[in-house]
Design a protein around this ligand. Structure first.
Ligand code: ATP
Ligand code: MG
Length: 415
C-alpha cells in the first residue's frame, strides 16, 4: 500500500481530471460507493473459485460478527447500490466511480495491495452499440492523455453461459489428455475454473493450448451476431483491435464481449483497462434481469505510463510566484489581491518571517519562477520588486497597481 506524494499526485490529478472530462462528454454520472461491503456480495458476484475470492480478499468480522470485505473491485458494489436505490430495472444508466480497491497479492511493479481504479458501468442496454461506445470512449481517453500509441485493444467474446459451459467441457476433455504438460496452477484450475487455464503465462501450457478447442467455435448465434456487429462499429469508428481468443477475465460474471487495453511498457502487468458485458449479474444478485457492460482502469499502471511520457513533464506542485515581505501583513495582503485578480495563479506567501535573504532562498527552493518582494522601501512607495528566479534577467521594481497586468503578460509569454 503506497503513499502518493505531492509531486506524484499532480500526475494523478491530471489523469483523473482528463478522465472526468471525457466521461462528462459522454453523459456519465458519478456514483460514490462505500469501500466495505458484505463478504457474501463478492463471493456471489466475482465467483467462489476465482483468484480474488480464493486468496486475495481482505476480510474481517466487525464488532457485531458481520463478515465484511474491503472491496477488491467496484462492479459488485455498484450493482448492489443500483439495486438498493432503484436505479436499474427498466432504466438506462451510465455510471462511473473512482477509488481504492484492495487485493492481497504479491506486490510488484504495477501490482499493489491497495490500488486504485476508475470504473464505468452501464445498465439497461443490451446491444453491441453501447459496447462500442464504451470502447470508443476509452480510445478517446488515450488520445486525450497522450497515450494512444502505447496501448492496443484486445477483444473477445465469451458467448452465452450455455455456450461457455459446452466449451468448458470440451476444453477440460482436451486438457485432461495433456495434464502432465500443464503447469501446477493450470492443473489445479483444470478442476476449479478451467477457463482460467487459457490465461496462463506458462510456456508449456501455452504450447498445449495452441491445439486446444477454441471458444469461438462454440459461440451461440446471438453472441456471434453481437460480436460481429461490435467489430463493424469499431471498424467504422476507426478503432483498431486484435482478436484474442484466449482472453478470459478473472471474474465469473462476464458473458459476450470482453476487452482489455494492454501495453508492452510495464512488463507482465500490461493490462491498463479491462472490462466486458455482464448481462447475468444483476439477476444473480437478486434483481430483475438487466443487461450491463462496463470496465475498470488501473490508475497506478496509467500513472506509470504517464510518468515515462513527456506529456506530464510540465506538471509540478511549484507555485508560480513566491511572495516575500519585511512585514508579513504586506505579503499576505498582496497575495490575497493577486489570488483575486488572477485566480489561476499559484501564489505561495512566505510565512514565518526571517531576513529577506533567507526568504529569497526559500523562494528559490519552492521552485517558483518569480519572487515578489515588498521590502521597507517598496512598502513605503506602494511598489513591489519582481525577481526572476529561473532566468538571468534584471529584477524590476514597479508600482503594485501595475502588478496584475505585468504578471498576466508574463504568464502569457511563458505559455
Ligand atoms: P491482472 O490480470 O493484471 O491481475 P485483473 O484481471 O485481476 O488484472 P481487473 O480485476 O480486471 O484486473 O482490474 C482492472 C484493472 O485494474 C487491471 O487491468 C489493472 O490495470 C488494475 N489492477 C488490478 N489489480 C491490480 C493490482 N493489484 N494493482 C494495481 N492495479 C491492478
Ligand atoms: Mg489479478
Amino acid at each position: 500500500m503506497n503513499d502518493i506524494l505531492p509531486q506524484n499526485a499532480v500526475i494523478w490529478q491530471y489523469l483523473e481530471g482528463t478522465v472526468r472530462r471525457v466521461l462528462q462528454q459522454y453523459g456519465y454520472g458519478e456514483i460514490r460507493l462505500p469501500i466495505v461491503e458484505y463478504t457474501d456480495l463478492f463471493k456471489r458476484s466475482i465467483g467462489e473459485v476465482t483468484d480474488i475470492v480464493e486468496k486475495e480478499m481482505y476480510t474481517f468480522e466487525d464488532r457485531n460478527g458481520e463478515r465484511l470485505t474491503l472491496r477488491p473491485e467496484g462492479t459488485a458494489g455498484c450493482v448492489r447500490a443500483g439495486e438498493e436505490n432503484g436505479l436499474l430495472y427498466n432504466q438506462i444508466q451510465r455510471l462511473w466511480y473512482a477509488g481504492p480497491m484492495f487485493r492481497y497479492e504479491k506486490p510488484q511493479k504495477g501490482r499493489y495491495r491497495q490500488f486504485h481504479q476508475i470504473g464505468v458501468e452501464t445498465f439497461g442496454m443490451g446491444g453491441p452499440d453501447i459496447d462500442a461506445e464504451l470502447i470508443i470512449m476509452t480510445a478517446r481517453l488515450w488520445r486525450e492523455l497522450g497515450l494512444a500509441d502505447q496501448v492496443t485493444l484486445q477483444l473477445n467474446s465469451l458467448g452465452s453461459n450455455e455456450a461457455r459451459a459446452e466449451f468448458r467441457a470440451a476444453l477440460v476433455d482436451y486438457l485432461t489428455l495433456h495434464f502432465d504438460q500443464l503447469d501446477e496452477d493450470s492443473q489445479r484450475r483444470l478442476e476449479s475454473n478451467p477457463l482460467r487455464v487459457l490465461d496462463s503465462k506458462n510456456e508449456g501450457t501455452q504450447a498445449v493450448l495452441k491445439a486446444a478447442p477454441s471458444l469461438q467455435d462454440y459461440l451461440d448465434q446471438e453472441s456471434q451476431q453481437h460480436f460481429s456487429q461490435l467489430k463493424s462499429l469499431l471498424d467504422a469508428a476507426g478503432v483498431a483491435y486484435e482478436i484474442n481468443p484466449n482472453l478470459v477475465r478473472g471474474l465469473d460474471y462476464y458473458s459476450k464481449t470482453v476487452f482489455e487495453w494492454v501495453t508492452t511498457a510495464l512488463g507482465a502487468q500490461g493490462t491498463v483497462c479491462a472490462g466486458g458485458r455482464y448481462d447475468g449479474l444483476v439477476e444473480q444478485l437478486g434483481g430483475k434481469a438487466t443487461p450491463a457492460v462496463g470496465f475498470a482502469m488501473g490508475i497506478e499502471r496509467l500513472v506509470l505510463l504517464l510518468e515515462a511520457s513527456d506529456v506530464t513533464a510540465h506538471l509540478s506542485v511549484a507555485p508560480d510566484c513566491y511572495v516575500i515581505s519585511e512585514d508579513s501583513l504586506q505579503g499576505i495582503l498582496l497575495s490575497e489581491l493577486l489570488r483575486n485578480q488572477i485566480p489561476r495563479l499559484k501564489v505561495q506567501c512566505h510565512c514565518g518571517g526571517g531576513k529577506i535573504k533567507k526568504q529569497i532562498k526559500k523562494a528559490d527552493d519552492s521552485g517558483a519562477r518569480i519572487a515578489l518582494l515588498i521590502g521597507e522601501s517598496e512598502a513605503r512607495n506602494q511598489q513591489v520588486t519582481i525577481k526572476f528566479l529561473r532566468e538571468t534577467r534584471e529584477q524590476e521594481c514597479i508600482p503594485q497597481s501595475e502588478l496584475q497586468s505585468h504578471l498576466a503578460q508574463y504568464l502569457k509569454n511563458q505559455e
